[in-house]
Every structure is written in C-alpha cells, then in structure tokens.
Design a protein. Structure first.
Length: 348
C-alpha cells in the first residue's frame, strides 16, 4: 500500500511539474503571463468531459438534481479553487521564489486542521513527526535554491506577495478537503463536473476583467500553441487523477507527496533553463520521501460520531417495544384440564 501511494503521489508531482515548466517557458521565452487564461482552458476541458457525463445521467445523481440540491456549495468550491490557482501564480510577480516555496507549505497545517474538524480525521504522533520531516525537506530545498542563486529578485512588493501565497495555500486546503469529502461520500465525476462547470464560469468572468489585454498581446505561433496545449493536458491530468489518489489515501497525504514537484521542475530546469545543480536537492528529495513514507506507514483513524444519550427511564414507547420483543420470544402455553380437554393460550 505504501509503494502504491508513493507511485501515485509522484505521478501527481510529474503533472504539476509539467504545468510549472510550461508556464515558466511561456513567461521567459515569450513573455506570456496568463494564469487565468490557462486555468480557464483546464476548467473548460473538465466541463466538456465531466459535466457532459453528468448531463447524460438520470436519477438522483443527475446534473439537474445535483444543481438543485447543492448548487450554492459548488459555487464556493469553484471560487476557492479558481482563486487559489490565481493567487499562487500572481504571487510570483511580487515576492521571491523562496518565499513562495516556504509559505506554500502553510496549506498543510491548514489542511490537517480542516480534516480534523470536517472529516473527523485523528492523527497520531508519527503523523505530526512525518509532516515536520517533510517541511525540513522543503527547507533544505530552499537552502539549495539560495546557494544556487535561484532566489531571484526581491520582487516589487514582498508583503503583498507573501499574503497572496498564504491566502492561496489556505484556499487550496479548503478545496482539497472538499474534494476528499466529495470523492469518498459522493462521486469523483460529480466533483470534477461541478468544478468544471463553476470553474469555467468564474474563471471566464475573471479572465474577461483582468487578462483580456494580455491575451490580445500574445503573438501566436505553433510553439506557443503547443506549450498551452501541454499545460492544459498536464492540468487536466492532474485534476482527473488527483481524486483517484485522494480516495485511496487522503488529501493530507497527497499534499505531502506532491512537495517533490518543485524538485522535478528543477531537474527539468537543469537542461531547459540551465539551473545550477546542488547536492542539497537530492538530499531534500530523500528527506521529503522519508517523511512521506513515515506518514503513510500508519493510517489515520476517523473519530466516531458522538452517540446520543439514552433516556434514563423507560417510557411508554420503550415499554411497548419491550413487550413486543417478549411476545416474539414467548412460546405458546399448553394448559391441561382434568376432563382431558386441551386449551392453547396464545400470547397474541
């Protein structure tokens, strides 16, 4: 089970790596910064595939019934997911890569707290120790970035950037906890279909407001189109595959596993962007994986709902129920009379 969890988590990391590398290549080589447009393409694909699947369903899990019962909940979920994606990418314009990598980990304790209260997850000491080990690995990775000179400039406004990262990480935690609840209690297709529907609407409106000028400035060619296509396919794969992994493990486990995504991006960057290599990157990868394995080695438990107190005295209804139980267990009574007559007295 641990091996399966590790493999699934690293597949998600590779999808995230694909989105990061293509976004960075678009920004550095072609000066294309359109995070909301890229998200809009992903949500449109989810709409095209999963919302269409819901539309052809009948019964209680059809699109119409889901909208009628839970439409307002999915509006908040779609808003949280869209804005989380936007804030994290937007933060790079204001603060440093180092700050984003460190503060993005804030989502993990938020995720654990939400899981505790909403999903009733109960952690053991080894889980907190495992999270601390994973965060130590992230710190090692950030230290390697600084030594390799990848901390970038100070940014235009570090405070704004750091606040955006913290807000984005918290919104990601809300989205992931909601995702875990939905895929384990409802269905994966419902989650993806609803996120696709409301994500497309929200990102489309935001795109028209904040990014329409950036899109107009893009000088389209086949390379830019190919990069957008690869980004969209990686993002679509990430969204489609993550509910499968969360159903097998948990949202917290998945978020610990994908901490290695930055390292995969770095390894690709050694060849594409000519980053400097440091042995600390290998060490940070090992530390993160050790923490991840520690976390997966002991399953979390789910707290039982609090039982309702039983009444101290037996009321009339309980007395009647007790009589019925006794009736079903009482055999027929045979009474012998001296004249030889037999009378069967039934408890009915």
């Amino acid at each position: 089970h641990i091996l399966k969890t590790i493999i699934l988590g690293q597949m998600l990391s590779l999808f995230i790596c694909g989105t990061a590398v293509t976004s960075q290549y678009l920004a550095e080589q072609y000066q294309v910064n359109t995070p909301m447009f890229q998200s809009f393409i992903n949500y449109s694909l989810l709409l095209l595939v999963y919302t269409t699947m819901l539309a052809f369903r009948t019964g209680s899990d059809s699109l119409w019934q889901i909208l009628k019962q839970r439409w307002w909940k999915y509006i908040f979920l779609g808003l949280a997911d869209v804005e989380a994606n936007y804030m994290i990418v937007k933060a790079y314009q204001y603060t440093t890569l180092t700050s984003v990598q460190l503060l993005d980990c804030f989502g993990i304790p938020v995720l654990m707290a939400l899981s505790w209260f909403i999903l009733r997850a109960r952690y053991r000491l080894i889980h907190f120790l495992a999270v601390a080990v994973c965060l130590l690995g992230v710190g090692t990775m950030v230290g390697a970035d600084i030594l390799a000179g990848r901390q970038d400039s100070e940014g235009s406004d570090v405070v704004i950037g750091d606040v955006l990262v913290l807000l984005g990480a918290s919104l990601y935690a809300i989205s992931n906890v909601s995702e875990e609840y939905i895929v384990k209690n409802l269905s994966r297709v419902e989650f993806l279909g609803m996120v696709g529907l409301f994500g497309t609407i929200i990102s489309g409106l935001q795109l028209a407001i904040v990014e329409h000028r950036e899109i107009m400035r893009i000088q389209w060619n086949w390379k830019i189109a190919l990069l957008f296509t690869v980004f969209a396919l990686c993002m679509f794969g990430l969204y489609s595959f993550m509910p499968v992994v969360i159903k097998v493990t948990s949202a917290t486990s998945v978020n610990l596993g994908i901490l290695t995504a930055d390292l995969y991006s770095l390894f690709f960057g050694l060849f594409i962007f000519f980053y400097k290599f440091s042995g600390l990157y290998i060490l940070s990868f090992v530390i993160i994986m050790v923490g991840f394995i520690l976390y997966c080695s002991t399953p979390t438990r789910t707290a039982e709902p609090t039982a309702l107190p039983q009444p101290g005295s037996t009321g009339l209804d309980n007395a009647a129920l007790k009589l019925e139980e006794n009736d079903s267990e009482t055999p027929a009574i045979t009474v012998q009379f001296t004249r030889g007559e037999t009378v069967v007295v039934s408890t009915d």
